[in-house]
Design a protein around this ligand. Structure first.
Ligand code: APR
Ligand code: PHB
Length: 388
């Protein structure tokens, strides 16, 4: 088989890239290790920057999002049993869209089907070859049969644990990482959200976040120690702890119910440079990870897709400058989102070795935010998404 772009990974990055390329007549093939059901069963992010909203509309998959998603014009930050609101719309003129990654991924899979380019799921042993030549190719097996795809370029959209980043020579690759000394215990419940907007709570017992997916589906998180096992957390223990960490007014309004999903995720900041090596481009989690505090993971993946889609489109029109600067352009925005996600995580979580001074720093940062329009504007413009 031959195509223009071989895309490794059928998650949000690979799917959106394929769909945007298709709309400008660039052919691609998406190789996905898991089944579609497995990919669609993942419970991940829920907040879209406005740039991501516009990208999904450009890709022709914005209809359900526009009909069923919720536009949010602000968030609440809470500490010491009281909260204050950051008004994105007033401060930046922009909003965010609350629309689950699961729904985004569902729409993208269906768009691939409709385009007659179904994702090839269930592949094994995917391996890129000759990336430093002008004739790269990718091999894989499916149902025991060996396959080869010859292509012009390979998009490594295969997430943090995929093979693409490993294909970059160790002497070329530079990695930057911070692992946080805690995790997030997340619960999905068929209950109404506790608030009309998200609540990020700093508490002496640990961070808590009240989010949502719809009017009848809530998503909440608790900071937990690294060694915690999800089996040790009953639903009632979760709800009881959440009530302790959010302001009393919200705790009293909280409607609890059985969890439909419950899991613990570790938190890390990670960036791999460069995001290009020869004919290989790294996209999304294959190149970077952010702690979820800034709601940037999915949005940063879409940011990369924006730059790569732009570069490839111009390349096939005869101008390769944007493609040649993909890594620099993408990384410039990646590092700004990494900084924001790190700063939100540092401000809102209880660090085991933090001590009194760190606590005082958090208290003063939150007090400054509450009082300063300039500080709130800085947070708001990062949260809604910096320009591409
Ligand atoms: N062969 C084929 N597919 C693979 C391989 C492989 N060897 N390894 C991984 N994959 C697939 C995974 O099964 C997954 O579906 O690549 C896809 C990568 O998707 P994500 O990990 O979701 O990464 P990305 O598409 O960059 O999206 C980033 O998704 O997971 C969230 O928190 C993340 O919000 C962020 C967003
Ligand atoms: C979510 O709804 O899953 C969510 C929202 C905001 C975050 C992280 C996760 O910062």
């Amino acid at each position: 088989m031959r195509t223009q772009i071989c895309i490794i990974g059928g998650g949000p990055s690979g799917l959106l890239l394929a769909q945007l390329l298709h709309r400008v007549g660039i052919a691609s093939v998406v190789l996905e290790r898991r089944s579609r059901a497995h990919v669609l069963g993942r419970i991940r992010a829920g907040v879209l920057e406005w740039g991501s909203v516009e990208l999904l509309r450009l890709a022709g998959v914005g209809a359900r999002m526009d009909a069923q998603g919720h536009v949010h014009e602000g968030i609440y930050l809470a500490s010491r049993n009281k909260g204050f609101r950051i008004d994105f719309k007033k401060l930046t003129g922009k909003s965010v869209m609350v629309w689950g990654q699961t729904e985004v991924t569902r729409d993208l899979y269906e768009a691939r089907d409709a385009a007659g380019d179904p994702v090839i799921c269930g592949v094994e042993g995917v391996a890129p070859h000759d990336l430093d030549s002008d004739a790269p190719y990718v091999t894989y097996t499916l149902d025991g049969a060996e396959h080869r795809i010859d292509c012009d370029f390979v998009a490594g959209c295969d997430g943090f644990h995929g093979p693409s980043r490993q294909a970059i020579p160790a002497e070329v690759l530079r990695e930057y990482e911070r692992v946080y000394p805690f995790g997030w215990l997340g619960i999905l419940s068929e209950t109404p959200p506790v608030s009309d907007e998200l609540i990020y709570a700093n508490h002496e017992r640990g961070f808590a976040l009240c989010s949502m997916r719809s009017d009848q589906l809530s998503r909440h998180y608790l900071q937990v120690p690294l060694g915690d096992r999800v089996e040790a957390w009953t639903d009632s223990a979760f709800w009881e702890e959440l009530r302790r960490r959010i302001p009393t007014e919200s705790a009293e309004a909280l409607v609890t119910g059985p969890s439909v999903e419950k899991s613990i995720a570790p938190l890390r900041s990670f960036v791999a440079e460069p995001m290009r090596w020869g004919r290989l481009f790294l996209v999304g989690d294959a190149a970077h990870i952010v702690p979820p505090t800034g709601a940037k993971g999915l949005n940063l993946a879409f940011s990369d897709v924006h730059y790569l889609h732009d570069g490839l489109t111009r390349h096939y029109q005869g101008d390769s400058r944007a493609l040649d600067s993909y890594s620099e352009r993408a990384l410039a925005r990646v590092w700004k989102s990494e900084r924001f996600s790190w700063s939100m995580t540092t401000m809102l979580h209880r660090f085991p070795d933090g001590g009194g001074f760190a606590q005082k720093m958090q208290d003063s940062e939150l007090a400054y935010l509450e009082q300063s329009t300039a500080a709130q504007t800085a947070l708001a413009e990062n949260y809604v998404g910096l320009p591409f």
